[in-house]
Design a protein around this ligand. Structure first.
Ligand SMILES: [Zn+2]
Length: 237
């Protein structure tokens, strides 16, 4: 099993680790987030001696995490230093945290659930099973409420709870299609005073780090399925 360093500290940018399987480049521990839950994989480098090896993809492989390298000369037992592409990851963290915020705003006002989501570098999308709504009203409602909450700021924290306790939190399992990881504990991500969700992703520490969001539109993707797109605004967007 790979120790997932990003779960304890999503701000960890570099780390040391040991290669435990050369096939698929499995490390004993990693800060590289594997593509999952609509969040793309981290990119970056693994350094071994004088060599810097490009990580071009990261994916889950059972309870392990595989690092796909452009070229690899690594062998079992090698010590490496990993460095993630921080600008890319931090953007994903801001988008991902916004996603919690927007999905809760839409859930509370329209009683609508998420059917899918995808984070990108320029924009992200959330699909909802929406029925009764006015498009312009919904979009301006989301912009206004999300940005008010971002401006006020709130601590975003994560912790593990017993599986049953986590599943008893109303709406903690937001994405109906997503399967939960096995085990006795589930990870909760809480926007203090606002929302608690079961999630294994990476988030900013405070909502204020999102800075500002802007909805880009809402379009139909089927009978009850509507796709909301949004982007990040402000400096370093
Ligand atoms: Zn999350």
């Amino acid at each position: 099993m790979t120790e997932k360093l990003y779960l304890a500290d999503s701000y960890l940018k570099d780390f040391t680790a040991k290669v435990v399987e050369a096939e698929g480049i499995i490390l004993d521990r990693t800060a590289f987030y594997p593509a999952s839950g609509g969040q793309p994989a981290d990119l970056g480098k693994l350094f071994h001696g004088d060599e810097g090896l490009d990580v071009v993809h990261v994916e889950k492989s059972g309870d392990k995490i595989a690092h796909i390298l452009k070229e690899s000369s690594l062998e079992m037992g090698n010590e490496v230093i990993g460095k993630i592409d921080w600008d890319r990851r931090y953007k994903f963290m801001r988008f991902h945290t916004s996603m919690h915020l927007i999905s809760t705003i839409v859930l509370q006002k329209y009683n609508s659930f998420i059917t899918g989501n995808q984070i990108g570098l320029e924009k992200s999308r959330i699909d909802f099973n929406l029925r009764d709504y006015d498009k312009e009203e919904l979009l301006s409602y989301v912009d206004e409420h999300a940005n008010n909450l971002i401006k006020k700021g709130a601590e975003v924290k994560s912790y593990f709870l017993d599986r049953e306790e986590a599943l008893n939190i109303p709406f903690a399992k937001r994405l109906k299609t997503d399967s939960l990881p096995p085990g006795e504990k589930l990870r909760i991500v809480e926007i203090e005073g606002f929302d608690r969700e079961i999630c294994g992703g990476t988030h900013v520490r405070n909502l204020s780090e999102v800075k500002e969001i802007e909805t880009l539109g809402l379009r139909s993707k089927g009978k009850d399925n509507k796709r909301l797109e949004f982007t990040l605004k402000g400096k370093d967007r």
